[in-house]
Design a protein around this ligand. Structure first.
Ligand SMILES: [Mg+2]
Length: 183
């Protein structure tokens, strides 16, 4: 864990947020029917957090070891264009995402919950474990969220980043302004 001052310093430098999917954007549960069709439960507040991140000038990506159509669907809905799935070796996939986003790993924030996320924790500028992460991941994290995956953890982190960067209020005004224009 970083001290509050060190954490704020790193939050200010973040340009690119990469989130693991299962256990971070979801509670880790997977609904599977008799035909093998699966679905996941996402948080609408996380979705707003991701929209706010983009308004605040941050790039966002999803990186998953598993593969599911619902993830592409959710990414599309949240305006997330960078998605990598089926990547059990997450460090090289993360490096590729950084190249695509044209951002140095030091300016990235990565959110994870399980062992496969640890190799990325070693590369990212700010390693964030969700409240429901396994002990090994919490131990390696710079910061541990108060909220759990699928329960607003992503929103919590987006707020931290935007507040540290001084753009939280501006982004809220933008969102409310957009709504006001539509009404
Ligand atoms: Mg996970």
């Amino acid at each position: 864990m970083l001290s509050k001052t060190a954490l704020t310093g790193r939050l200010k430098q973040i340009r690119f947020v990469v989130a693991d999917v299962d256990g971070v954007l979801t509670d880790g549960g997977i609904y599977m029917d008799n035909f093998g069709h699966e679905s996941k439960r996402f948080s609408v507040q996380d979705g707003m957090g991701l929209a706010m991140a983009r308004l605040g000038g941050l790039q966002v990506a999803f990186l998953s070891a598993r593969e599911s159509k619902s993830v592409n669907q959710r990414a599309k809905e949240c305006g997330v264009s960078l998605v990598m799935q089926g990547k059990k070796q997450k460090a090289p996939a993360f490096a590729e995402l950084c190249l695509q986003a044209k951002v140095e790993p030091t300016a990235t924030l990565y959110m994870g919950d399980d062992l496969l996320d640890l190799p990325v924790f070693a590369k990212t500028g700010l390693a964030v474990a969700v409240a429901n992460a396994v002990p090994e991941v919490k131990k390696a994290a710079h910061y541990i969220t108060g909220l759990a995956g699928g329960q607003g953890a992503v929103r919590e982190v987006m707020e931290r980043v935007l507040r540290a960067q001084g753009s939280w209020s501006k982004v809220i005004s933008q969102i409310l302004g957009h709504h006001a224009e539509k009404s």
